[in-house]
Ligand binder design. Structure first.
Ligand SMILES: Nc1ncnc2c1ncn2[C@@H]1O[C@H](COP(=O)(O)OP(=O)(O)OP(=O)(O)O)[C@@H](O)[C@H]1O
Ligand SMILES: [Mg+2]
Length: 404
């Protein structure tokens, strides 16, 4: 026999003998049965006892079955309610089913097994509904938690991207300082040399010892030194203006027209301190008249990451490495291919190179964000595609297709 201990059934019927027979039958099966003699009492018992299932007559004094049914289904739609009604009340029964009754039994109950079957079916269905609701709630909860951690991740990623940008900008500033140091230094030396020579001349003049030959030497010195100052100051001004553009582009997200070859040249200039003394070389194959309307800041970050990666990863233990940009335009697409002649990558590295935080230099300065930022810039900002090919020992090749 099924174990029905602890399961409460409320039977609401104004005919005591029906209640009695239902009660003793169900109690034989281990159910706990509560009785109510009319609709009002029934509803009270329902609220007080919270039964697992309700059996309800339709025609009753005080409050009829349909009213009880309405109240029960409204308060607790998950409680099964089975209508028990006389054979003559088919219309009411149909109405009850429409109002939310789960099943009906015709009185007088000829075969008690029909009652047992209906009760069991109702309880089983209620159990399934509870389970389904629980799963659904669990799922919703899990979903909410997932959404929250996703939001968290997105925030963290944005912060990291931001700090990566700042780091790149910092690197750029260091590069500027370094590059400009030389021409400024030469300028300062030349100017102070000029000052010394002028003081010497002044002394001769004051002592009335100035000879024509002194003046001639002085004049030719001035010419040479002034020329040197000019060249170096011009070089510094040129460096500053190209750095300025790259820096502005790197920190802003504006779209503009620019000449791709010139722009890459400027970006590479800002990277010069990083590779100048390494013996590695860069080659840019790109037509001088390739003008595009796009985001220069994105290009500068992409170029920067590719070059730095070749220097840091590709050329580890390699002399005279080469970095090659092959850029061409095909209709409305810029074919942007970057290659290096470094150590290359393994299959595993290739498959993970765009994953955020994937790095083979953890703890040695790598965060593993560089190529994932490149991936996002290419696919989202520039709306293009990027692919990576490599043979271990033979360098890497990144192919980008970017809308011009
Ligand atoms: N040119 C390359 N040659 C060989 N391996 C490379 C090259 N470029 C990238 N890799 C590999 O891909 C990994 C991921 O590159 P990514 O730029 O995303 O991170 P990272 O350079 O390690 O760190 P970060 O750029 O954040 O400082 C590198 O750690 C390296 O193993
Ligand atoms: Mg990197």
């Amino acid at each position: 026999m099924d174990d029905n201990t602890g399961i409460k059934i409320l039977t609401i019927d104004d005919e005591p003998y029906i209640r009695d027979s239902v009660k003793s039958f169900l109690e034989d099966y281990g159910f706990e049965v509560i009785e109510a003699g009319d609709g009002r009492q029934g509803l009270e018992a329902f609220q007080l006892q919270k039964p697992d299932l309700v059996l309800c007559d339709l025609r009753m004094p005080e409050m009829d079955g349909l009213e009880v049914l309405g109240a029960v289904t409204e308060r607790s739609p998950e409680t099964p309610i089975i209508v028990v009604s006389g054979a003559g009340n088919i219309g009411d029964t149909v109405q009850a089913l429409r109002l939310g009754a789960w099943d009906y039994i015709i009185k007088p109950i000829q075969d008690m097994n029909v009652l047992y079957h209906s009760v069991n079916k109702g309880l089983e269905r209620a159990r399934l509904i509870r389970e389904k609701n629980k799963y659904q709630k669990d799922l919703e909860d899990a979903n909410t938690r997932l959404q929250a951690s996703l939001d968290d991740l997105k925030r963290t990623r944005d912060q990291l991207v931001q700090s990566e940008k700042m780091a790149a900008l910092g690197g750029l500033v260091a590069g500027v300082a370094h590059e400009i140091n030389t021409p400024i230094g030469v300028g300062v030396t030349a100017a102070s040399f000029l000052q010394t020579k002028t003081e010497e001349l002044q002394k001769l003049y004051d002592a009335d010892e100035l000879k024509r030959s002194n003046l001639e030497i002085y004049l030719s010195t001035i010419d040479e030194v002034a020329r040197s100052i000019l060249i170096n100051m011009e070089r510094a001004a040129e460096l500053i203006s190209s750095f300025k553009q790259v820096a502005v582009d790197q920190s802003s997200e504006e779209k503009r027209f620019f000449n791709l070859k010139d722009y890459i040249g400027e970006v590479l200039l800002s990277l010069r301190p990083r590779y100048k003394k390494t013996g590695h070389g860069i080659e840019v194959n790109c037509s001088g008249d390739l003008e595009i309307f796009s985001y220069p800041g994105a290009y500068s970050q992409i170029v920067g990451n590719l070059v730095i990666n070749s220097l840091v990863h590709g050329f580890e233990g390699v002399d005279k490495g080469k970095m090659i940009f092959d850029i061409s335009r095909k209709d409305k697409t810029v074919m942007f291919v970057y290659r290096d002649t470094g150590v290359g990558m393994t299959e595993e590295q290739i498959s993970k190179v765009f994953d955020p935080f994937y790095t083979t230099k953890r703890g040695k300065g790598g965060t593993g964000l560089g190529m994932s930022i490149v991936f996002n810039l290419v696919t989202q900002t520039l709306e293009g595609t990027i692919q990576c090919k490599s043979t271990s020992g033979k360098g890497v090749e990144f192919t980008m297709k970017l809308p011009a």
